[in-house]
Design a protein. Structure first.
Ligand code: AMP
Length: 400
């Protein structure tokens, strides 16, 4: 699958609309706590500036649900862009209102205008055609560099693409990189290829697990989802997180793994707590001996050793989902130990966005991984084998 490439567009001196994903985490004081997503968009923005384009940037931030809520203003993003690009950033007070219209009309080559949060407009998430047309009217070219929302059929991601022909739209550098990376990982991984899958529930990752099975050599399960498998195996899991309606699916996955010769690893011990709290009483127990009413909130030390052993010879690692409740220090150790091991290995290491990216960043290992995706949900859908709605219109058609 080849995407329409920004490098092949005749952008010189033109007006360009770039959909970015500046949906960055903020602390209680409105400071950006991780600007990875902004930094990841710089290559595409600089490419356009180098060609003297008038650049219009659009993004969402949080979920203002179609209402103007200044808590979700992109003003802090404009300030960060200004710092990173060492360039003035013009900011519109609205998305398609008078202010944006005026500023777009007088925007000169080499200037950058950031529109206000695109989700202040209800038409965005509804993929409203009229709204998409108004966005498209602003520019001669459309670039999608927002991998993190490309699994959403929203107006600035999907709807807008219908107003540009193949000579006037493309994927930006970040989107290209993400799609290529996951494509290669799924189609031609260097083997042995292991997936480490954790997080809260099987349900959120069921399809991804099923799709990964025929492609990987080993799977290591952690997090809350492990308990549905353990219960299905007949273990007593106390009050641990479980999805009883997915026990059969869990069995199916384990049967498939066996049939395909995939080594399937489950935790052999856990950190059990008497309640879901940082100051819970906790102890290390084997998977066979989780007490009644106690819940497993992290993988235990024997599991860490086992997983390290199993990961030793691996050449490619895909990691999606924490091994425990990493937000609480007491239950972060399993994830942290696995993160250090993965980071130190010589394998190609790919972190699938969302919580896992956050976890790796908190430990300070983000520079040690080969690739950290900017999209948790989007990367999961790629692993499920789906073509993302924001990517589909940017696929290069085969020449006849
Ligand atoms: P997900 O969004 O499905 O990737 O899940 C991420 C969340 O799973 C994190 O917020 C973790 O705190 C949570 N999590 C990980 N392990 C457990 C566990 N053993 N029990 C409950 N929640 C967990």
């Amino acid at each position: 699958m080849e995407l329409l490439n920004i490098k092949h567009l005749n952008l010189a001196d033109k007006k360009v609309f770039i959909r970015c994903d500046f949906n960055v985490p903020m602390d209680d004081f409105g400071n950006i706590s991780d600007d990875r997503r902004i930094r990841s968009a710089l290559a595409t923005i600089n490419h356009c500036i180098d060609q003297n384009c008038a650049v219009i940037l659009a993004s969402h931030l949080g979920r203002p649900d179609g209402e103007i809520d200044m808590k979700y203003s992109l003003a802090p993003v404009a300030r960060r862009l200004n710092k990173l690009l060492k360039k003035d950033i013009l900011m519109a007070n609205d998305v398609i209102g008078e202010d944006a219209k005026q500023k777009v009309a007088i925007l000169q080559g080499g200037q950058i205008l950031l529109l206000e949060n695109i989700r202040f407009e209800a038409g965005e998430t509804k993929n409203n055609k009229e709204f998409a047309a108004k966005l498209a009217d602003m520019a001669e070219f459309y670039i999608n560099d927002a991998f993190g929302v490309s699994h959403r059929a929203h107006a600035s991601v999907e709807g807008i693409t219908h107003f540009f022909d193949d000579e006037h739209k493309a994927a930006g550098y970040l989107l290209q990189k993400e799609i290529q990376f996951f494509g290669k990982l799924i189609e031609k991984p260097v083997r042995p290829f292991a997936a480490i899958v954790g997080g809260s529930k099987v349900s959120g990752k069921l399809e991804a697990l099923v799709n990964l099975l025929p492609r990987v050599d080993k799977i290591f399960i952690g997090g809350g989802m492990a308990f549905t498998f353990l219960k299905q195996m007949g273990y007593h899991i106390g009050a641990s997180l479980v999805e009883d309606d997915l026990l059969e699916d869990a069995q199916h996955i384990m049967d498939e793994a066996k049939r395909l010769g995939v080594k399937f690893y489950l935790p052999v011990d856990v950190i059990a707590a008497d309640r879901f709290s940082e100051d819970a009483v906790s102890k290390i127990v084997t998977a066979q001996e989780i007490p009644d009413k106690w819940m497993g909130l992290d993988i235990g030390p024997a599991t860490v050793r086992l997983y390290r052993e199993g990961l030793n010879d691996v050449q490619t690692v895909l990691w999606n989902g924490p091994m425990g409740v990493y937000e609480m220090e007491k239950f972060a150790r399993g994830s942290s130990k696995i993160a250090h091991f993965v980071a130190d290995s010589y394998a190609t290491t790919v972190v699938g966005g969302g919580d896992t990216a956050d976890l790796v960043q908190r430990i300070g290992l983000d520079e040690e991984m080969t690739f950290i995706s900017t999209g948790g949900g989007a990367s999961l859908e790629l692993l499920e084998g789906k073509v993302l709605p924001g990517v589909l219109p940017l696929i290069k058609k085969e020449e006849e």
